[in-house]
Write a protein that binds this ligand. Structure first.
Ligand SMILES: Nc1ncnc2c1ncn2[C@@H]1O[C@H](COP(=O)(O)OP(=O)(O)O)[C@@H](O)[C@H]1O
Ligand SMILES: [Mg+2]
Length: 255
């Protein structure tokens, strides 16, 4: 059965969509199969071509149920649900169905106040510092603010995701075949933490026959660049070349 990760939080612009896609890309680079699930009605679905994961459109209540059922039925897959923000009811629904809940927040007092409320409201959730300053002085100030306000929650704060302008590429409707190495590494780093929290086995062994079957069921033929999967309820998942194995760390473009 698949694990479901929900990226939520009662504030827009914290990095939910960026984190969701970075996580899926990182999981793909580490040989894990995942689906990034869109729930934000103000956003358009992104083209799965060249991504290391599938994408699914679950912008209606009904579609979300259908997509979740489909993902849950897949052995050893991960579903990453990108929550919409400013939708408390939706966040509660997603919290209820998730195995792991992530709350991205940025280095601002407003974000920190909001994430504290969300950490209280969602006791199983972990906070993820997003867009963290890379400049040493700014980072020190940001870390000091974090220590000051989030000390009681220190066991529930993951390592920061640094500000990385290349992360915008993953939010493009279509992405190029090769992504900057720095982006691939940042995606891997966040994925490792999630893999740890979910205690997943990522030994890099070739995918087992059951997992391969699941891939075939969802993604069609291996090495097909972009495919549509149809289940009883209609088309719910799209895209992904498969099967995947952990990719070596490369330098320059191509991660
Ligand atoms: N780690 C990051 N580095 C650089 N920019 C980021 C990072 N995370 C998010 N952003 C930028 O912040 C803005 C809001 O991010 P987004 O993921 O769309 O937030 P949300 O989905 O919560 O509304 C976007 O312009 C995005 O490119
Ligand atoms: Mg978003």
């Amino acid at each position: 059965m698949a694990d479901i990760i929900c990226v939520i939080g009662n504030k827009g612009g914290t990095g939910k969509t960026t984190l969701s896609h970075m996580l899926c890309q990182g999981l793909g680079l580490l040989g894990q199969r995942s689906v990034c699930v869109l729930t934000d009605t103000d956003r358009e679905p992104l083209d799965p071509l060249n991504r290391r994961y599938l994408t699914a459109d679950a912008r209606t209540h009904e579609a979300l149920g259908k997509v979740m059922d489909k993902i849950r039925s897949l052995d050893a897959w991960l579903g990453v649900v990108d929550g919409g923000g400013n939708r408390t009811e939706m966040d509660h629904r997603l919290y209820g169905l998730a195995d792991l809940v992530l709350l991205p927040f940025r280095d601002s007092h407003e974000d920190i106040r909001t994430v504290i409320r969300d950490l209280e409201r969602f006791p199983r959730a972990y906070a993820v510092p997003m867009q963290w300053p890379t400049n040493a002085w700014q980072r020190e100030t940001a870390n000091r603010t974090l220590n000051e306000f989030l000390a009681p929650y220190q066991d529930r704060i993951l390592d920061p995701v640094a500000a990385l302008s290349a992360s915008k590429v993953l939010l493009q409707k279509q992405i190029p075949p090769g992504l900057p190495t720095a982006l691939g590494n940042a995606c891997r780093n966040v994925s490792y933490q999630v893999i740890d929290l979910l205690q997943l086995d990522v030994s890099g062994e070739p995918v087992s026959p059951t997992r391969r079957q699941a891939t075939t069921a969802v993604a069609g033929q291996a090495e097909v660049a972009s495919v549509k999967a149809v289940n009883a309820g209609g088309q719910v998942l799209s895209g992904m070349r498969a099967p995947r194995f952990p990719a070596p760390i490369r330098f320059g473009y191509g991660a």
